[in-house]
Design a protein around this ligand. Structure first.
Ligand SMILES: [Zn+2]
Length: 197
């Protein structure tokens, strides 16, 4: 029974990918993703809160303990009872705790993963520099996190091409694309830290 359900799920996933036109899971991290990994390697990334579901942060090398995926991940299944996530490619459909694994991507109106949400708020409140990259900050609860950081005394930097509700509260604002800002900032940071390429 489980097998049949999973098989249908897999075929539906394939059909959706074909309708999309390109397999999402084969998408590659871009220079924005890579710049964030460099920050991690330099010890300059305390935590990363993502609203993306495309698995590219993990694929680019972000350590999973430094990442919250608020809206889930297309490459992962999640246990509804214990919250454990399992790679879809592992081919499992039942969690170690016995409950069925379901897709981890959060649909509109569904509640967000608890661990990811709690860590996001904790780290927002602990941050000294909160950098928003490529988010218009209109979807809560992610949109509430810069306010937590500001309240805690963090500097707020926003890199986003469109307007955001936090624009009047930023300490530094970039209207350019993330890929045009972060890699260059990281390059400069390396120079400041005495690291040469
Ligand atoms: Zn479980």
């Amino acid at each position: 029974m489980h097998y049949l359900e999973t098989d249908l799920e897999k075929r539906i996933h394939t059909l959706a990918q074909w309708m999309y036109g390109a397999p999402l899971e084969s998408a590659e991290p871009n220079e924005g993703h890579r710049a964030i990994v460099e920050l991690q390697e330099m010890g300059k990334l305390q935590f990363l809160i993502s609203q993306n579901v495309d698995n590219l942060h993990l694929k680019s090398g972000i350590r999973k303990e430094l990442l919250a995926e608020l809206h889930g991940n297309i490459a992962k299944l999640r246990c509804k009872r214990c919250g454990m996530t399992v790679n879809r490619s592992a081919g499992r459909d039942v969690c170690r705790c016995g409950r069925a694994l379901v897709r981890s991507v959060v649909d509109f109106g569904q509640s967000l993963p608890e661990r990811d949400l709690a860590l996001s708020f904790t780290h927002s409140r602990k941050s000294d520099l909160f950098v928003v990259a490529g988010s218009s900050l209109v979807v809560t609860p992610a949109a509430n996190m810069p306010a937590e950081a500001l309240r805690a005394g963090a500097k707020l930097v926003i890199i986003n091409r469109g307007e955001t509700p936090f624009d009047p509260h930023t300490h530094l604002r970039f209207h350019e694309k993330t890929g045009d800002v972060l890699p260059r900032a990281v390059k400069r940071l390396k120079r400041l830290m005495g690291l040469f390429e």
